[in-house]
Each structure stands twice: as C-alpha cells, then as structure tokens.
Ligand binder design. Structure first.
Ligand SMILES: Cc1cc2nc3c(=O)[nH]c(=O)nc-3n(C[C@H](O)[C@H](O)[C@H](O)COP(=O)(O)OP(=O)(O)OC[C@H]3O[C@@H](n4cnc5c(N)ncnc54)[C@H](O)[C@@H]3O)c2cc1C
Length: 456
C-alpha cells in the first residue's frame, strides 16, 4: 500500500498509508481463490464472509461488498486500518504457502472508504422486531459499540454510557490520527447511532450513577466494556521526574486535547529532543512515532526481549524503523536520573539475554551481569502495559475480579457473576486487540438476547 514518505510524514499527523486505489483493489481481489472452506473467515473473530465481500469487489459491486462486511462488522474503516490481519484472516490465507496472502485489510479499508467517500452510509437495516426492552452498555470502545450495534439490530432500546466527552474509547483517545483518522471513527460511531443506539457521554458509571441505579431505571441487562486504560509503571527510581510520561497520558493529550496542533490548540506537551520509549507493543510504537512528530530528534524503543517477542504489529514496527526510530532490544531500564531542576537527563539500563520460557510462553529475559550502560535521554515514556479502568469495578464490589482486576466471565457467553451483567474487551482480557474486543461484544449480544428471551 502506498504511504507518505518517512521524511515527509514525520513532520505531520496526517494518515501514513494512503489505501488502495480502485485499480489496485480490483487487481488484489482478482487474486483471491474464493476457497469454499474459507480459513480467513474462520480466523476472523467477527466472522466476516471474506470471500463474499472480495467477490463483490472483484465484480465492482462496491455497495454489495460493504453490505456483506457490515452484516458482521459495524467498524470496517477502523478494522481495515488497525486489525492485526497478519495473525488472523491474512495469516490463515492459503496463498501464504505460495507467495503473499490477499491484502484483506487493505480491501476492507477500500470498501469502507468507498462508502464514506461516495455517499452517506448505506441505509441502516431496520431492526427485525422493535422491543420495548432497555439495555445499558458501559463504555463506547469497540467492545461496547459492537455489542450495542448487534442488540439494536435485534430491536432492543440500547443506551451507551461513556465516561469521556467523546465516543470511541482507545480508537479515539489512544491510537494516533496518523494511523486512524478520528473522522473515520466519528463516521462509524454515527452509523451506530443511525441503528438506533443512544450514546450518553460524560457519564461515569460508578460515579454519575451506580449499576443498581441503572437496573432501577428499567434497564434489563448491562454490558461492561470499560477497557484497560490504567497505566502500569516499572517501579524504578526516577519515574516521578519531569518529562517522564505514561504512554496513556501522552497519547490522550495528543489525541483528545489536540496537542499536535499547538499553538492553535493550547495544550502543549513538553517532549524533549532525545526520547526513550519503554515497551514493545502498539502503544510503544505509537508513543515513539508521536514523539518524533512533536519534534524529538532521536527516539529509542527500549525493550527487554527481542523483536520476535514484540507484541506490536509488524507493519507498525516497520513504519517506526523507516521513520528513524532506533530499537534497543534486550535492554532493561534500571533507573531514570534527573538534573537539579528535576528534569530527566539520562537513563541507566542493563543488557539482557533470553532464558527459559515463562508463563506467557515467551523466553524470559535474564540480566547479563556487568552490562550496565547509560542512555543520554531527556524524556522517558513508559508503555509497559495497562490494567482495567477501576472506577466501575471499585463502585461494584459484588462483581468478581481476578488477581489482575480483570472482570471474570464465562468465555462462552461473556456473563459475569451478576445476573444480567455481561462484560468483554480489555476489561476482561487486559490489553488486547480491537477485533478481539468486538468479538466479545458480539458473543455477549447473542447471550444477552438469549437471557432476555428466557426472562420473559
Ligand atoms: C495506543 C494504543 C494503540 C493500539 N493499537 C492497536 C492496533 O493497532 N490494533 C489493535 O487491534 N488494537 C490496538 N490497541 C488495543 C485496542 O485499542 C484495545 O484492545 C481496544 O480498544 C479495547 O476495546 P474496549 O472496548 O474493550 O475498551 P476501550 O477501547 O478502552 O474502551 C473503553 C471505554 O470505556 C469507557 N469507560 C471506562 N470506564 C467507564 C465508566 N465507569 N463509565 C463509563 N465509561 C467508562 C472509557 O472511557 C472508554 O471509552 C491499541 C491500544 C492502545 C492503547
């Protein structure tokens, strides 16, 4: 897929990848073998009929293509851009054995962008039977939005309660504009609203209202898609110095407070010239690439394992390297030091080697004695994981959590221990993916419908 050149794109926040042209999309669609037992669809957590939509594209029936996708996925513009297709649909494509798999993500994005550019969204499907039953969804990330959309299509009266002033969850406040334009997210949220989903922003369940108040207001079932936005730290000396950020703080300020438009928007972030980002996930790559665009001259990714173990998408690692970000792998920070005004001026690290596999199946990094060294940096961004958002959980002590504060659910139905309360997405899995969160939202919607039918 064509992209902005690295030298150009590090000076702006515009989308990096341009998307496929019509000619490219048709050519790519014509490579598909249209397998009868399509492994790509089986490997899609929301079960899109991938051969059917690619076949429609091949025949230039673009309206039909997007209709097929939207039967299962209300956020195709988002998924076409950020899904880890290499581990899912594209990873399962039989063409991997010959040469390259079909660029399914690129084709999905093409169909979604065609619809957004050429005309307003396809007319929303009317619910099969309108029901006078109210359902509450807590959180408007991909899990909550998907659950809401599916239930609205079944005819339920669905209201999403969102703590922030804007809907979309991480799609809006985490993933940067140059990977996922906010206009795309807004349009896809509008599509959900057109299905009848009501969205109440600035509404924190656990503060504005409690779970019991929601049931008292006549809601018959609840889905909690409250996400995992509580940053983890490393607990090393120096983490409270000036210019040490959590990735969450950095990215939220950039996205929601439009810090990338300073001075037009007066929300500057004091990012220095030499930045170390600690971590190897998508959040770390995003923080590194944002720092570059905010004016940093040197940006380093510091990761304690090797690149093979990095959770970040391959495409984003490649983009980061193309932009000049240096990877310090097998490196563990031990201490951040500062000057007499309390600003970061260096970071002490130690080199690591890989030992035996740990509980996650990845080889455990082990420190190499005497390999300490100092990195000359003036900013440190910590992107080592996030845990579940705590407000709803603390206000609902009857909800069962595991030792990491993730909501315990039945994985077949997403049901929690509280009758009528379901949960999914990062709130139950920790840091995961957009499509996994959507899959959980879908499973919950089906189970909630069954539950409500039985309750009648
Ligand atoms: C920087 C970054 C980059 C990422 N990049 C990718 C990527 O490229 N590909 C990918 O697949 N995944 C990526 N992910 C992971 C992905 O975004 C998440 O797995 C996904 O958003 C989880 O969806 P969710 O609906 O469970 O939660 P979220 O998206 O976190 O949404 C939860 C929502 O609930 C709201 N909320 C929380 N508590 C309450 C409350 N008490 N009352 C009301 N509302 C509440 C929050 O404000 C939020 O809007 C990335 C994550 C981050 C942070």
């Amino acid at each position: 897929m064509n992209k902005q050149s690295p030298t150009e794109r590090i000076k702006n926040f515009k989308e990096v990848a341009f998307g496929l042209s019509e000619e490219e999309a048709l050519k790519e669609a014509s490579r598909c073998l249209f397998c009868k037992k399509a492994k790509c669809s089986m490997n899609c957590p929301v079960e899109i009929d991938i051969p059917a939509f690619i076949n429609a594209l091949k025949k230039k029936e673009f309206d039909r293509a997007i209709k097929v996708i939207k039967e299962k996925n209300n956020l195709p513009g988002v998924c076409g851009r950020v899904c880890p297709q290499e581990n899912q649909c594209e990873g399962a494509c039989v063409l991997n054995a010959k040469k390259a798999p079909i660029n399914i993500g690129g084709l999905e994005r093409f169909a979604a962008d065609y619809e957004l550019k050429s005309k307003p969204s396809a007319p929303s499907p009317k619910p099969l039977t309108a029901k006078q039953i109210k359902i509450a969804i807590i959180g408007s990330g991909p899990a909550g939005l998907t659950c809401a959309g599916d239930l609205a299509r079944m005819g339920y009266q669905v209201t999403v309660f969102e703590a922030l002033h804007i809907a979309g969850g991480v799609l809006m406040y985490g993933i940067p504009e140059f990977r996922l334009p906010k206009e795309i997210v807004k349009k896809e949220v509008e599509y959900l609203a057109s299905l009848g989903v009501k969205i109440k922003t600035n509404f924190i369940v656990g503060k504005t209202s409690l779970l019991k108040d929601i049931f008292e207001q006549g809601y018959k079932a609840v889905f909690a898609g409250t996400g995992a936005g509580l940053p983890s730290f490393m607990n090393i000396p120096g983490e409270n110095l000036n210019r040490v950020y959590s990735s969450n703080e950095l990215l939220t300020r950039v996205n929601l407070m439009k810090a990338y438009l300073f001075p037009e928007y007066d929300t500057p972030i004091n990012v220095g010239k030499k930045v170390a980002v600690i971590g190897g996930g998508n959040t770390a790559m995003d923080s590194a690439r944002v720092s570059l665009r905010l004016g940093a001259e040197k940006v380093y990714i510091v990761y304690r394992r090797t690149e093979n173990e990095m959770p970040a998408r391959k495409e984003e690692r490649e983009n980061a390297k193309e932009e000049g970000i240096e990877f310090h792998i097998l490196t563990l920070p031990k201490k951040i030091s500062g000057d007499d005004k309390g600003f970061v001026n260096s970071m002490e690290c130690i080199k690591m080697e890989l030992g035996e596999p740990d509980d996650s199946g990845r080889r455990r990094p082990v420190a190499i004695k005497g390999s300490e060294f100092t990195m000359d940096v003036d900013t440190v961004i910590i992107a080592v994981g996030q845990s579940p958002n705590p407000v709803f959980l603390k206000a609902t002590p009857e909800l069962k959590l595991d030792k990491w504060d993730k909501i315990i659910i039945d994985p077949a139905t997403q049901a929690t221990n509280i009758k009528g309360v379901y949960a999914g997405g990062d709130a139950t899995e920790g840091d995961d993916t957009v499509i996994a969160a959507m899959g959980a939202g879908k499973r919950a919607a089906k189970a909630m419908h069954k539950y409500l039918e039985n309750e009648k």
